[in-house]
Design a protein around this ligand. Structure first.
Ligand code: TEU
Ligand code: CA
Length: 622
């Protein structure tokens, strides 16, 4: 048990304490070595409010202590292994609105995906993850679902969906659907019933509170700016929304809500869906509705987080969800803010909850967030991957990704001038496809697609960016635009570049969002260029599949892990050993000396020399 008399050193032995502390240190950009200092380790928790009262008051300390004790007595899962299709798969994430327009209305759709299925098959990917395709008013591009059992009309019909599932299965490929279960659209019939008939069967489906002073029930902030509550005069009450004001949080405390959710899952399992990506699934249990700590809120960018990112009923809910909803379907949970120890408890096979977690620690450097304009240092990626693929992977299976629909393009984060676009995209292919974990590629990543020089806010579409820009501008923030331009999720949402043609060959009509730069990279151009990122990704995927025992299930043995700017390791298994060598910097570095004679099988430079050139990345066979 952690008490006010426990010391920092006790906290580090507590799995949740350890995760929380290292997350905070990362967000604040403090040197992690500080925690190693014996003086700091001996500080008692009750002394912290005196030392750092502004950041950590007594109330926050007490709620943190509750959080640390939440899993008290629960043993940490033991190392485990075992084979599964989703460990071997290379997954490709599709943002359907931007992938391929099949009917010429400027919006990507399911027939468009079907048109390109052989492209994906030839790339060698085993499974597709589709961002939400359900009926939605699109306040957050489908993450606000109005009907879970209907396809968004812009994207096609249920028949198109069934055809897609069949076409994938015919090719031995699988389908992972995005499931958004923390919230529904305010246009969902449940919410409308809840709003207009508080005493009816849906009255308690959402998180409603009344207040008498005209203020929201607490100070929680939405991830998409403003309060996390909206007042509805119809019911004279406030409803919670952690995301936009059209994404209403479901009340998972209500067994009827959970039953509905299990039925939705059954519906899709029966359609033949193989797995699910569970949107912000760690947010479903709200421990209390007390005010959040304002200082912590300012650091994180959203107040209240400590009360719901690892809520007290999360594990119990997920266990039931596995039993009655998921059954044997694969499930990867999107976890915002949890750390590796928490994720082990959420995903280790012995725990009967989820199979895998998306963890975001590696996406931004310490002290930075997505909206900061800075140059990403790949040494941070290395630090995180060493952790994921090392002791973490002994216990549970990591997910490996560097891009998704919520983040700017990685090549641009590393090298904004794109001097090394090709080298870096191939380096990322090497890092992801030799990793001990499941690689999730994001559409366009295989081409080296980069950030888009949006001219002004009129070119943006994302609700998060638009709200944030409005909020910052209203505050008179002169840096509002550079800030939004650095972090907007729209960088990843411009049309897939199929050809160097108008609209990148995505659509004959004006696309719903501007196109990037199809002259810089496109499928058609890269197909015909042997040294293109596309062909490199293909070769890396093929290599991973041909040597599954080594490159998927094999051991991960870092070489010279402390050497800055170098990321090197062996992957060994079956009868094969591979050596992976990457220069993480834009200058030359000395490679470590190795005794073995090796054959270079793949590299982003045509020939080997005695030094490693900028971002040089090679895979050797021993
Ligand atoms: O994203 C969760 C999410 O919002 C975080 O990545 C968030 O951006 C970060 O923790 C704080 O800024 C998922 C979806 O991927 C995203 O597209 C949706 O908008 C969101 O949930 C709401 O459903
Ligand atoms: Ca269309």
């Amino acid at each position: 048990m952690i008490t006010r008399d426990s010391r920092i050193s006790d906290l580090l032995k507590n799995p949740i304490g350890c995760d929380v502390l290292s997350r905070l240190v990362q967000y604040a950009g403090v040197d992690i070595g500080m925690i190693g200092n014996p003086l700091i380790r001996s500080v008692k928790l009750k002394a912290l409010p005196k030392l750092a009262g502004k950041v950590l008051d007594d109330r926050l300390l007490d709620s943190m202590i509750c959080l640390f004790n939440q899993d008290d007595g629960v043993p940490m899962p033991e190392p485990s292994d075992g084979h599964a299709w989703w460990k071997e798969a290379v997954v490709y994430q599709i943002y359907p609105r931007s992938f391929k327009d099949g009917n010429g209305d400027g919006v990507g759709d399911i027939p468009g995906i079907l048109e390109k299925i052989d492209y994906l098959h030839a790339l060698g990917v085993d499974a597709l993850w589709l961002c939400p395709v359900y009926d939605s008013p699109n306040d957050d591009n489908g993450y606000d679902i109005r009907d879970y059992e209907k396809i968004m009309s812009e994207f096609g019909t249920m028949e198109d969906m069934e055809n897609l599932i069949a076409a994938l299965h015919e090719r031995g490929m699988r389908l992972i659907m995005d499931m958004v279960l923390n919230h529904t659209s305010d246009e969902h019939r449940w919410f409308q019933a809840s709003l207009h008939d508080p005493d009816g069967p849906y009255g308690d489906y959402y998180i409603w509170r009344k207040t008498s002073d005209g203020n929201p029930p607490n100070n929680w902030r939405s991830f998409f700016s403003g309060s996390a509550w909206t007042y509805y005069p119809e019911r004279d009450a406030w409803a919670m929304h952690l995301f936009s004001s059209k994404q209403m949080d479901l009340n998972w405390e209500n067994p009827a809500v959970r039953e509905e959710i299990y039925n939705i899952m059954r519906f899709w399992r029966e359609k033949g869906v193989d797995g699910f990506r569970l949107d912000v699934i760690n947010l479903i249990s709200k421990t209390t509705l007390d005010d959040g700590n304002e200082t912590l809120g300012a650091v994180l960018g959203f107040t209240g987080f400590e009360h719901y990112f690892y809520g007290k009923d999360l594990h119990a809910r997920l266990r039931d969800f596995r039993t009655y909803g998921l059954k044997d379907a694969f499930a990867v949970g999107e976890m915002s803010g949890t750390g590796p120890e928490m994720n082990k408890l959420l995903t280790a096979p012995s725990r009967g909850e989820l199979d895998m977690a998306f963890c975001f620690d590696h996406l931004d450097c310490p002290g930075k967030n997505r909206f900061d304009d800075y140059r990403y240092d790949l040494n941070h990626l290395k630090k995180c991957f060493l952790e994921y693929e090392g002791s973490y992977a002994d216990v549970t299976w990591p997910s490996i990704f560097t891009e998704n629909h919520d983040n700017p393009r990685m090549v641009s984060k590393i090298d904004p001038e794109l001097r090394f676009r090709t080298e870096i995209s191939k380096l990322l292919a090497v890092a992801m496809l030799t990793a001990r974990g499941t690689p999730f590629l994001y559409q366009g990543q295989e081409l080296g697609m980069a950030n888009v020089p949006f001219a002004d806010v009129s070119e943006l579409r994302d609700v998060e960016s638009l709200n944030r820009f409005r909020e910052l501008s209203e505050r008179g923030d002169a840096d509002a635009w550079p800030h939004i331009l650095a972090g907007t999720r729209d960088h990843a949402r411009t049309p897939m570049q199929w050809e160097n043609a108008e609209n990148g060959g995505f659509s004959g009509a004006q696309p719903w969002i501007r196109t990037g730069d199809p002259a810089a990279c496109s499928v058609q151009a890269e197909e015909n260029e042997p040294e293109s990122p596309l062909n490199f990704f293909r070769s890396m995927i093929a290599l991973r599949k041909a040597y599954r025992d080594a490159l998927v299930y094999g051991t991960f043995e870092p070489v010279a892990p402390k050497k800055k700017d170098l990321f090197c390791y062996y992957r060994r298994g079956g009868n094969a050993t591979f050596y992976v060598e990457m220069n993480l910097s834009d200058h030359e570095v000395e490679p470590p000396e190795l005794p073995e004679t090796m054959t270079r099988v793949l590299s982003n430079y045509p020939d080997a020399t005695t030094v490693l050139r900028p971002y040089e990345a090679s895979v050797y066979r021993i």
